[in-house]
Design a protein around this ligand. Structure first.
Ligand code: AMP
Length: 178
């Protein structure tokens, strides 16, 4: 299955969750067994080539792809969580959204010092979420140099921001616009 085949499995919902947003829905991709397997395999190949020692995924859809990649490679999976979910003392980072702020948290004990971590999420738009996750993983002691996404929205500039922060960025597909 090619990247073009995978792109056909993404469902686009206009005006969700807000007017003007084209929501790129990966549930139709993961709802297709061969498609989910192919997407996971392509991401895992990149993570292996990057020398991954652990896979970190961003809640919630980054858990789906990140955990599948980690299991395929036999690597640890570290969840980067929304606030208040982890049952241990956490490292936290606040980051700006279009309106307001949000927070991500990680268990610092889950990240061995200097471990080569590859970050996985379903989609990169402005890059704010991924940049916050990278900063958090780095402050926990991880070495993050590769990020992987199913979908890139290049017109929103997130991939360029991550590259400017010294991160390699790879996405399985891109959609124009926002
Ligand atoms: P950003 O921080 O702007 O890069 O936004 C990335 C996060 O928001 C990802 O975790 C995505 O799941 C979600 N997201 C942003 N824009 C979209 C979109 N157009 N369709 C689906 N998810 C989106």
């Amino acid at each position: 299955m090619t990247a073009d085949d995978l792109k056909l499995l993404i469902r686009t919902i206009p005006d969700f969750p807000k007017p003007g947003i084209l929501f790129r829905d990966v549930t139709t991709l993961i709802g297709d067994g061969p498609g989910f397997a192919a997407a996971t395999a392509l991401l895992a190949d990149r993570a292996r080539d990057a020398g991954a020692e652990l896979i970190a995924g961003i809640e919630a859809r980054g858990f789906i792809f990140g955990a599948a990649v980690a299991a395929r490679l036999g690597l640890p999976f570290v969840p980067v969580r929304k606030p208040g979910k982890l049952p241990v003392p956490v490292l936290a980072i606040d980051y700006a959204l279009e309106y307001g702020t949000d927070t991500l948290e990680v268990d610092p004990g889950a990240v061995p010092q200097g471990a080569r971590a590859v970050l996985v999420d379903d989609l990169i738009a402005t890059g704010g979420t991924a940049l916050a996750a990278v900063e958090l993983l780095r402050s926990a002691g991880g070495s993050v140099s590769q990020s992987l996404f199913v979908i890139d929205l290049p017109d929103l500039g997130g991939a360029a921001r991550l590259r400017a922060a010294g991160l390699a960025v790879h996405a399985l597909m891109a959609f124009e616009g926002h």
